[in-house]
Write a protein that binds this ligand. Structure first.
Ligand code: M6R
Length: 605
């Protein structure tokens, strides 16, 4: 997982590249570098560490030039060092390359190139690319032909941008890793994601796998690998640049938690008609899923919790549905057929495990549907159909607003699929749609009134944190624990409340706060479980609607959620848990937006 960017214009390239890298840091931040072309050759500056270290280096050795490429790295091959940082160059220093993805045949290429005298200085897979281009430049007079020839030798996934010294051009290629082009007056940008250049332009071209792009100061061409021109539409992004900034919040995560009323409105807009009790899902009119016999969700992390939530909703409506961890599914898929709908839930649309699961599903003849946040992402290219959660860009590594939008979107999918498959509308549909219509306002009430900071102040620094729930509250318990461990670095685990007595109870002490999630159903048994842990001295925190107040009076803390439908109550409960995690991490002084060892989207298995 890395971010690449490129700039082609007539003014200083370095500023545009650094802005792009800062906006892409969520994709990786263990080293960064740029290469700029000026009249005296290519200048490469790169540093291990966060972007700030590169900025410091540029303070003393800032290159000038109007064309350049940049990279922010998340290590896959070789540790984060200056040598392993991108851009990588060839033996002559004529070629510089930045790359996101994995070159699977790099060992073979490296042996072949070493045998003909090429010298390597890094442990990366990427370094074979500039050397391959160097070798092809000896065979092809035209650098563009050399670039094409080199790219045709690569196996694996890549988004590549390349400078060749004697040309005023950036050459780029996409295969399996995201790459978008932005065009503004007199300037062009290439990047792994739109936020890199959104403050400069809203006109974008989403490149596709197999595309080769040649960008000059006066225009660009998109062709396939053999040079056949391809038409790619220019699209206008519908979100403002501020949507990718912090807007005065200390962290992206807090900003994104507070964006949920707006992002949920956007998710639900035009899709819910609660008075009529109808769901409108763009390309999926009533009957669109009539042939489906079973639903298999594939996803990882937070998206997997949203998938579990959706599977439980479908099962409750009489449809056979299961949620699988995509990484496991890819290795040992369950039986499937043409009647199986495989739904890939992925915020980024780039998660390698989820992509592989989609490929297995396609091989197995299943119908595939992507539920994602990112238009033009890889998953949308590989699935038969796509549905967007419309949460807007999410920068914080910890997923927050996208979980809420995933569950809201999937609840509509569950309604449509269940009605198509069973032939009857759920008696509960109207109540669910009413609750969804109220959801943005209900989330706002939580944000305005939550005592999460006080709870975090009282409980941070304990030995471990447990989260329990049943039915829709079970994936919420898992998500609460994932968020807590991810950003506080404290030990946190989620359990089905029924599982507690089968082992985890042995861990419960006065140093292990237990969060109980009550969304309005099956609360009696979960309340019983909470009393059991309280009898073992554990602090008890209950997330529950006011109607349960008399039943949860024994709790040490209550995080109240508005009354709602039980299946929507899980989204509300999760917002309270997001806030507790955020405040605990803040009190512990953790780097909330960039938790150690984690990246926003995980494009390796
Ligand atoms: O982009 P995806 O939704 O496919 O990402 C899946 C997980 O990597 C992701 O949800 C991860 O668990 C988050 N960091 C959790 O906050």
């Amino acid at each position: 997982m890395c971010g690449i960017t490129a700039y082609v214009g007539t003014d200083d390239a370095v500023g545009g590249l650094l802005t792009g890298l800062a906006n892409l840091e969520y994709r990786g931040y263990d080293s960064a570098g740029i290469a700029v072309k000026n009249g005296r050759g290519l200048r490469v500056v790169k540093r291990e560490g966060e972007l700030e270290r590169l900025r410091e280096a540029l303070g003393t050795e800032r290159p000038t030039g109007t064309i350049g490429i940049g990279h922010t790295r998340w290590s896959t091959h070789g540790p984060p060092t200056d040598e392993n940082a991108h851009p990588h160059t060839d033996c002559t220093g004529r070629v510089a390359v930045v790359h996101n993805g994995i070159i699977e045949n790099y060992e073979t290429l490296r042996e072949e190139l070493s045998a003909t005298g090429h010298e390597f200085h890094s442990e990366t897979d990427t370094e074979v690319v500039p050397h391959l281009i160097e070798a092809e430049l000896e065979r092809h007079e035209n650098p563009e032909s050399a670039f094409r020839a080199a790219v045709s030798r690569l196996e694996g996934s890549y988004a590549i941008a390349c400078l060749v010294d004697e040309t005023e051009v950036v050459y780029a290629a996409r295969q399996g890793s995201p790459l978008v082009l932005g065009q503004a007056e007199g300037r062009y940008f290439l990047a792994s994601d739109v936020p890199a250049f959104r403050e400069f332009t809203d006109e974008v071209v989403y490149l596709e796998d197999g595309d080769i792009v040649v960008v000059r100061p006066d225009g660009y061409t998109v062709t396939d690998c053999s040079g056949v021109p391809l038409a790619r539409p220019v699209e206008t992004v519908d979100w403002e640049p501020e949507a990718a900034g912090k807007s005065g919040y200390p962290h992206y995560m807090l900003k994104e938690i507070h964006e949920q009323p707006a992002s949920l409105r956007q998710t639900l807009q035009g899709r819910v008609e609660s008075l009529a009790g109808t769901v409108t899902l763009e390309e999926f009119p009533p009957g669109a899923f009539a042939d489906v016999e079973q639903v298999q969700f594939v996803a990882m992390g937070t998206s997997h919790h949203a998938a579990m939530y959706a599977a439980s909703m479908l099962s409750g409506r009489g449809v056979t549905a299961n949620a699988y961890m995509a990484g496991e599914y890819a290795d040992s898929p369950p039986p499937m057929s043409a009647d199986t709908l495989v739904v890939a839930v992925t915020q980024s649309g780039e998660t390698a495990d989820t992509m592989n699961a989609v490929r297995r599903a396609r091989d197995g003849g299943a119908r595939t549907l992507a539920v994602t946040n990112v238009v033009g992402s890889s998953v949308t290219r590989e699935c038969d159909d796509s549905l967007f959660i419309r949460a807007g860009p999410e920068i914080g590594v910890a997923a927050t607003k996208t979980f809420s939008s995933q569950v809201a979107t999937l609840s509509l999918v569950a309604e449509r699929v269940a009605e198509d498959v069973t032939g009857v509308a759920s008696a509960d549909t109207r109540a669910l749609l009413d609750a969804l219509s109220d959801l943005p306002g209900d989330v706002q009430r939580i944000l305005d009134e939550s005592p999460a900071r006080e709870v975090a102040e009282a409980l941070y620094g304990c030995d471990a944190y447990f989260f329990i729930g049943r039915r829709a509250a079970y994936p919420v318990a898992l998500e609460g624990a994932l968020k807590f461990k991810e950003i506080t670095y404290e030990h946190a685990e989620g359990f089905a409340a029924s599982e507690l007595k089968h082992g985890p109870l042995a861990l419960v002490t006065d140093e292990t706060p237990v969060f109980g999630v009550l969304t309005g159903e099956d609360e009696t048994k979960t309340i019983g479980n909470l009393k059991e842990v309280q009898a073992r001295d554990a602090p008890v925190i209950v997330v529950a609607p006011p109607s349960k107040a008399d039943k949860v009076g024994f709790a040490d803390y209550v995080l109240t959620i508005p009354e709602s439908h039980p299946e929507v109550g899980g989204i509300l409960a999760n917002v309270q848990l997001q806030l507790v995690s955020y405040h605990a991490a803040d009190l512990l002084g953790r780097p909330i937006d960039k938790p150690r060892n984690l990246a926003k989207s995980v494009t390796v298995e």
